[in-house]
Design a protein around this ligand. Structure first.
Ligand code: C2E
Ligand code: MG
Ligand code: MG
Length: 753
């Protein structure tokens, strides 16, 4: 059909169809481009081109609407640049911008779109009252169409075209609707895309910062599997990143913390709270390092924990530095011993502790004799070696918890803590002097070193640490002026006691060697029949210088020096062979009680030693009873119980000695397999005169009988006491009333043939 035959309506329809198909083509092209992720600027340029061609306009732009902080819409000056404008528009803008022409000006026609939110048609823009007039030299505009772009009800952009030869009308606006929708969609997508790009850029910056940070950053999933570790983690731990990814941070576990430590951490972070801790971790090469951790749980929008971020500082270097500084400030680098300031500190601490636990402290200042001579004769190297060796020897002479320090050139300080009695100090002192005196193999010949020692004791000599040290210094000065290889206590009283103690120790040692100890026997009698039922072995010392001495004079030093162990074994052996001897002579022997010192009782292999001696003697164990004081019994209940059970197994009986002086609880007594209970002499002494004593004895006897234990009254001196005890149903008696302790040959006469 030729054009002239077509009706106007047909022509319009055809034109519309043609327009329509180009529009659709343009839109589908734009959409495919958009999907293909073409740069949105290129896309907008293309869309705008299509629009201009389609509407035969001269000018055109697509702009994004921005909002001011008060919520007012505006088109930023460069917003059009951001989105799209055609070449003619750009030229116009650039030409008139300098004259103050603004595309976003609310006073122009675009402004009218923004203000009304509706399309604006003007077919006489030059004189349109909605516009403030064209600038000087502006080419004439014959028509303008501005259209708002909406997305989800919000004005997000404007499209403006101008100078269409036929002008603009409502039909065209209607026709362009799909185009406007697409434009709005793309602007929105563009906006989101821009934001994403922006945040990606931010993220890249952030992750680069994290990656290169000198602090440790580890990110794990909610189960604790490592998803990310930064470079610092590699450097600190020595693990490569691919060795860490997928692993649990357990890989760093040092074994220095218990389950409780980790549980507390997990409990906190699983509850959604951050947790801060100092952890000791292990590197790949096994070395330990300390790290100050902050573990933060990351949550999603629903509040569920999706990740944990652990950030930390490696403290090892800092710590090493601190340790080094600390070391230099408090230690002597030659001997590696504490220096004077740490020593003073330790003495101060010791005093504070001793005030609390009521124990003694001793401060010993040790000065090497003739040190200047050694240094000058053999050289400084030898001098250094001597100092190191003396430091070592001093350290080996004291107990754990005591301090040995180097205070000055050849002066050492020692603080002995937790001392129960002053004789302990004398023993340690003796040990120190002996150890120093050992020859040192440094030069060709052995070098014998000796030292002088000044000692002060807390609390007798001073109650504060500076005075304590000062008094030890005074004692040292005194001894140095007198002779080499000697010691001096600050108080003269202590000097006397120390020398007495040392003399006593020597004498007791000789006594055992020379057979000056003897055993007396004191019989036990049945309280009703008066028959001999047993006897107690009591130690005596027949000292050549002092005569026959009772145990109260020498048992304490035997215990303090530990010699009671050897003497105790001697006693048992002697008693066993005495029993054997009586048996051989045809006597009907009675059980002999042997006293065990608390020092012996606390020995770990006690029962083995006792059993061995009894076996070797060939006597029946039923002839031996051990007496153990109530206080020794109660020191360590479980230990006592196990020893008693072992003794019972061997067939040895046990008596509790001096009962009533300690604080035994009856419920404990029930748990111990004891045979006899010896009521302490103090109750027996007063039994006839003091009703309290009588009632205590009554209670003890009935309680013991309730438990199937026999009672022995010790120290019965009078007939009256004996009679009362008989009425109170005591079983056995011992005391001067019937017999004093006697030498073996005298007690023998009491035994039946
Ligand atoms: P003990 O085991 O309670 O011994 C009883 C003490 O009471 C003995 O003193 C004994 O002589 C004394 N005595 C006995 N009857 C009377 C009396 O009628 N009147 C008075 N005033 N005293 C009486 P002794 O022999 O001086 O022993 C004292 C303590 O020394 C003993 O108390 C015991 O704890 C300890 N002891 C004695 N010999 C040894 C021993 O061989 N080894 C150990 N480890 N300690 C012993
Ligand atoms: Mg006894
Ligand atoms: Mg007793």
């Amino acid at each position: 059909m030729k054009d002239e035959y077509k009706t106007k309506k047909q022509l319009i329809a055809e034109e519309a169809l043609q327009k329509n198909s180009s529009l659709l083509k343009a839109l589908s092209h734009a959409q495919s481009q958009f999907i293909a992720n073409i740069d949105t600027h290129v896309l907008f340029d293309e869309l705008l081109n299509q629009l201009i061609t389609l509407t035969q306009s001269e000018y055109g732009y697509i702009g994004e609407v921005l909002y001011s902080s008060e919520g007012k819409p505006y088109v930023k000056t460069n917003a059009i640049t951001n989105i799209a404008w055609n070449e003619e528009t750009r030229k116009l803008y650039e030409k008139f911008a300098s004259q103050g022409m603004e595309l976003h000006n609310l006073k122009n026609l675009i402004g009218a779109v923004l203000i009304t939110g509706k399309p604006v048609i003007s077919n006489n823009p030059s004189t349109d009252p909605r516009r403030g007039g064209l600038p000087e030299g502006h080419p004439p505009l014959n028509a303008f169409l501005g259209m708002p772009l909406y997305k989800s009800g919000k004005l997000i952009g404007t499209v403006g075209i101008a100078n269409r030869p036929n002008g603009y009308d409502e039909d065209l606006i209607e026709f362009l609707q799909p185009f406007l929708i697409t434009c709005a969609n793309i602007i929105e997508a563009h906006r989101i895309d821009q934001q994403r790009k922006l945040s990606e850029k931010e993220m890249t910056k952030l992750s680069m910062a994290i990656e290169q940070a000198s602090d440790w950053v580890v990110i794990t999933d909610s189960k604790g599997n490592i998803e990310y570790a930064n470079k610092a983690v590699e450097e600190i731990t020595g693990y490569k990143r691919d060795e860490l990814i997928g692993q649990n941070p357990r890989i760093f576990k040092s074994g220095k913390h218990d389950e409780q430590f980790y549980k507390k951490m997990w409990d906190t972070i699983l509850s959604g709270l951050p947790y801060r801790i100092i952890i000791t971790n292990r590197k790949k090469n096994g070395e330990l390092f300390e790290i100050y951790h902050t573990i933060t749980p990351l949550k999603n929008k629903k509040g569920e924990i999706t990740h944990f971020v652990s950030t930390a500082k490696d403290m090892t270097q800092q710590k090493l530095m601190e340790e080094k500084i600390n070391y230099l400030a408090y230690y002597d680098t030659l001997t590696n011993l504490p220096n004077r300031s740490l020593f003073n500190d330790r003495v101060k601490q010791a005093v504070a502790r001793a005030e609390y636990n009521k124990k003694l402290i001793a401060v010993l200042l040790v000065d090497i004799d003739r040190f200047t001579f050694i240094n000058d004769t053999f050289g400084a190297d030898v001098g250094d070696e001597v100092l190191k060796e003396v430091g070592k020897r001093l350290s080996n002479s004291v107990r754990e918890g005591d301090t040995v320090a180097r205070l000055g050139s050849d002066e050492f300080g020692i603080s002995l803590i937790d001392i129960a009695q002053s004789s302990d100090i004398v023993l340690i002192l003796k040990n120190i002097m002996k150890n120093i005196r050992q020859p040192i193999k440094i030069v060709r010949e052995d070098l014998i070193i000796t030292a002088c020692i000044g000692i002060s004791i807390y609390p007798a000599d001073a109650k504060d640490s500076p005075t304590l040290v000062k008094n030890a210094e005074i004692a040292l000065t005194k001894v140095r002026g007198m002779q080499m290889n000697n010691y001096q206590f600050y108080t003269s009283d202590m000097n006397v006691r120390a020398s007495e103690f040392l003399l006593m120790e020597k004498n007791l040692f000789d006594a055992l060697k020379n057979g000056e100890f003897i055993i007396y026997y004191q019989p036990y009698f049945d309280i009703n029949t008066g028959e001999i039922t047993g006897m107690e072995a009591l130690l005596r010392w027949n000292s050549p210088a002092l005569g026959l001495l009772p145990p109260s004079r020498f048992i304490p030093p035997l215990e303090e020096t530990g010699m009671i162990i050897d003497v105790g074994e001697w006693i048992l052996k002697t008693v066993c062979s005495q029993i054997k001897d009586w048996q051989n002579k045809g006597y009907s022997v009675v059980p002999v009680s042997v006293n065990l010192s608390p020092v012996q009782f606390s020995q770990r292999d006690l029962e083995d030693v006792l059993e061995r001696h009894i076996k070797e003697s060939g006597i029946n164990p039923k002839f031996i009873t051990f007496e153990i004081t109530e206080s020794a019994f109660m020191q360590d209940i479980e230990f006592t119980k196990s020893v008693l059970e072992k003794l019972k197994k061997i067939g040895i009986s046990v008596s509790i000695d001096d009962f009533g002086t300690g604080y035994s609880s009856l419920s404990y007594l029930k748990r111990f397999p004891v045979d006899n209970l010896k009521i302490d002499i103090s109750f027996i002494r007063d039994i006839a005169t003091d009703p309290d004593s009588a009632s205590i004895v009554t209670a003890i006897i009935s309680m013991a009988h309730g438990l199937g234990i026999k009672t022995i009254a010790e120290g019965v001196e009078t007939e009256e006491q004996w009679k009362i005890l008989r009425i109170l149903r005591c079983d056995i008696m011992q005391g001067f009333y019937r017999s004093r302790p006697l030498p073996a040959e005298d007690v023998e006469k009491m035994l039946n043939k």
